[in-house]
Design a protein around this ligand. Sequence first.
Ligand code: SF4
Ligand code: FES
Length: 373
Amino acid sequence: MSGTPQPYGLLAEVTHQCPLHCVYCSNPLELMGRQDELATEDWVRVIGEAAELGVVQVHFSGGEPLVRGDLETLVAECRRLGLYTNLITSGLGLTESRASSLVAAGLNSAQLSIQGDAAESTNLVAASKRFDKKEIAARIIREAGLPLNMNVVLHRVNLSRLDAIIDVCVSWGAERLELANAQYYGWALRNRGLLMPSKVQLDEAVGVYERRKAELAESMELLWILPDYYEPYPKPCMGGWAQNALTVAPDGTVYPCPVAAEITTMNFASVRDHNLAWIWSKSEAFQAFRGTAWMPDPCQSCPRKEIDFGGCRCQAFALTGDAARTDPVCMHSPDHHLVQEALVGANEDVVAVDAEVLREKLVYRRPTVPARD
Ligand code: SF4
Ligand code: FES
């Protein structure tokens, strides 16, 4: 494997079952049913192969990973192998007994998502009225002795509430808050016209972020994930394709990033047919965009090619139908007009839209089999 980078993170998407219906869901447009999910023994093998490959952190995600009754077994296997574990959860379904059994199995941390600062805004974005459960989950996480990390996806509908969202996270005892501006591929692309903030709205939110980051410097870490449509250059997505992390989907398909299932022109291998080491180092999909040799111009002759790696392959595919093109976010991309055109509407009509009108217009993530709550 000389010359092949080593992954340090595994995103284990153990299920697509989810109690929420977020309008910006990053899971594939076609979700997998429970009958397609890997069995416990498959996941145990995958975790072992990941450890051999050099992975040191396992993030259990979904859907809602708490739906899986064998999560404790998987966490315990990680602990046996010395891997750090993180639970990425909506908080729905988290009980005191579940938290204590996960901690007993060796869980190291939890990241709790919120969609807004109150029940109404949560319901508007995720079609879930259970904001109360999130507050309870935050308390359970802290009382279980885990660091409370929180995450919120930001967009036109909730950006003006940023101060209030941060207040909620402070009052719940979060140690770290990820303010993730929505990325527009997958389900979010369907709702882009309604979710894209205006430049004015965004600039105001940046001001709030900077003020609160300074105020809270001693007590809470605030992270700002850039809204890339407004940037001159794309994000260095995933630190480069197949460089340091991999995602295993519920059915065992392995991707270089959590969104790559949307690249329908590529074939991705499964842990049902190959071990992770082969997939990481030899499979066609992982090698396709690794490094810089694959890049077309303008990236190939650009001094930033080792900085942003030509941007996001999933975004290039979502916007142009060709994953090998320069990310259209880049001001040098021949497809940059696609991004500029998407911003026109967001900056023309800056009047706040009524919640009821939004509820009718937003396309909610299709329901899956209801998760246990
Ligand atoms: Fe990055 Fe390519 Fe744009 Fe250069 S041309 S800044 S490498 S996306
Ligand atoms: Fe897949 Fe950027 S989200 S490469």
